[in-house]
Every structure is written in C-alpha cells, then in structure tokens.
Design a protein. Sequence first.
Length: 223
Amino acid sequence: MLQRLKLPGNLDGMAWRYANPAGANRRHHHAELELNLVTRGTGTYLLGNRHYRIRRGDLLWLFPAQEHVLIEQTPDFEMWIVVFRRRLIKRSATDPPSFPLLQRSFAGDTCRRLRQQDFIRSEALITQLTETANEAGLLNAGLAYVLLHAWKCFNRAGEVPVAFVTVHGEQAPDIDELREFLRGRLARFKVPKRIVVVEELPKTGTGKIQKFVLRDQLAAQTR
C-alpha cells in the first residue's frame, strides 16, 4: 500500500519519536526514504520477505520501493523515525559512498547495530532535530546532516577490521600472539578480524599508505 505522508511543502522531511501505539500497523511504503533508530525494547520488522529482529542500537533503512511493517513489538518499544524527501537526497548525496541513498530499493541488509558511540551521537542529533520543528531552515539543514551522518554510521557498522603487517627480519609474526597483543591496546570493535602479512605497504610519493590498493588486494584474495 502506498502511504502518502502529509509533510508541509516547505520541509524536506520530518523526525518524530515512535512508541508502541494502540492500533495495528499496516504493510506500506512511501515516496520518502525512511530511517528508524531503535532506542528501547525489541520488535520485529517485515521488510519485503525479510524479517529483522530489532532492539536498542539498531539502525534500519526503509527505501521507497520496499514495503514494510512492524509486526511485533514489546510494550516498552520506542524508536526515532526520520523521513527524507527525494529533493533533499539529490542535493545531499553527492559523493560516491552516499549514492546508494538515491536508489528506490537496496539489495543488501538494511539493518545494522551501530557502534555505541555512533548510536549515542545519532540519537543526540535526531533529538536536536526535533527541537527545530518550527524552524524550516534549521530543520532542513539538520535533515541533510542527519541523513549523511546516519549513512556513514550504518556503513561503519558493516565494516570488518583487517590489519596488514610487514615483516622485519626473517621470522614471520605469530598471528594469534599479535591479535592478543592488540586486544590489550585497542577497543574491541577495532581489533582486526583478519591479519594479513605483506612484503611491503603500498605508499604514495609522499609516504602515505594507499588504503584503496590494500582493499583491492584483499578483495582479489577473497574472490
């Protein structure tokens, strides 16, 4: 079912807090891109043919062509809902990492659990956004920032840390010992899931590591 959101013509979107309502939800979709940030309780989303069990810290994207419905929720369930008009997305999604936001649908998983600091920051931003509801200029500017910030956090939540190390001398490092060494010095989410030994790190003429070359090498190894 196509749902028409009644947004004022001068606004590029809107944000509001959703709490467990008395009535039942209906399967629907709308022209606006939507994000949900769960802040309390648990629920189950049906998005197309996929079921997502969601809880505090989860960020869920709902693209315009994707029918969705919240089919289960605990009595304490709460989340932030933010919707973005397409005209805002066209103005804001100007860099390649943000191009998927222009799509009407999304092939991969659209729900990820944010890192703790990203969740706290995102909730604070959306809270501030709702405080500008009567100031169209501030609200529209804030919507653009929230859109790109949330997408960046979403992508970061899907990243898997990989470390590339070089060998000095003839003895290769013990990977398990190296990982244990890093666990004592890095936050848990930064500890690499994979450690790759290379002869040398690709660098630019000024000595900066070419991370894109390392990504391409890793992708070639996993094909």
